[in-house]
Design a protein around this ligand. Sequence first.
Ligand code: ADP
Ligand code: UDP
Length: 237
Amino acid sequence: MEKKEALYEGKAKIMYATDKADELLVYYKDDATAGNGAKKGTIADKGVMNNKMTAFFFGLLEKEGIKTHLVKVTGEREMLVKKMDMVPLEVIVRNVAAGSFSQRFGVKEGTPLKISTVEFCYKNDDLGDPFMNNYHIAALGLATSEEVAEIEKQALKVNDILKAFLKEKKVDLIDFKLEFGRLDGKIVLGDEISPDNCRFWDSDTHEKLDKDRFRRDLGNVEDAYKEMLRRLTGEER
Ligand code: ADP
Ligand code: UDP
């Protein structure tokens, strides 16, 4: 697949046009940011590993009936996806308190939540991705109430599938962020699923196997991504 012009360069990926108007080529970079770009760095081979892990998770989800934007993997750092009209929301699902949830509500990290919880942030870097509720989404016309209900339903189903799968790999799924788009009038899962946007903790030791190692300067960042890839696919890189 021939790459055409870059349509958008984000913090972790570049989206290229292709010779098909309805498909994009996603290029996964090694760049890492935290705190809305305040902290910047690179994680060696992150792009290669996140491309593989996203393709793996999307394959698993497709088998369980969740539609995703993935068309096919086209290279070490590249996948072809359906171009979508993205809903500008970060859809966060939580099973265990961590990060901003712990801070906002004064709950110790690692406290299990009584129910799996969905929350929304407005995907807007200039505003620092503010917290948003269903009324705000409808009030600003970002998505209809029906679309929001569908997003919640799919996000919770993704949670059930990933949580059960990861448990077998001795990984606890603490929380994660998804992005959805519209494709042929339907809500479809897009973007990526990787240690960049999930919290994965080893089930026995509770060791962090995700981007918190970078965000919090815990060291062994590359090793954590490698370990996740190994547990998912058996591959070393
Ligand atoms: P960010 O924009 O947060 O810096 P990335 O570097 O990951 O993030 O850039 C990827 C961009 O592509 C995001 O803005 C994301 O919403 C968007 N995107 C993801 N999947 C699709 C898709 N299928 N069609 C169109 N845009 C997409
Ligand atoms: N997350 C993300 N992008 C963001 C914010 C959060 O991918 O811009 C993911 C993050 O990796 C975690 C979950 O969403 O798995 C919840 O993050 P939280 O709200 O606790 O934010 P943080 O502590 O990272 O500020």
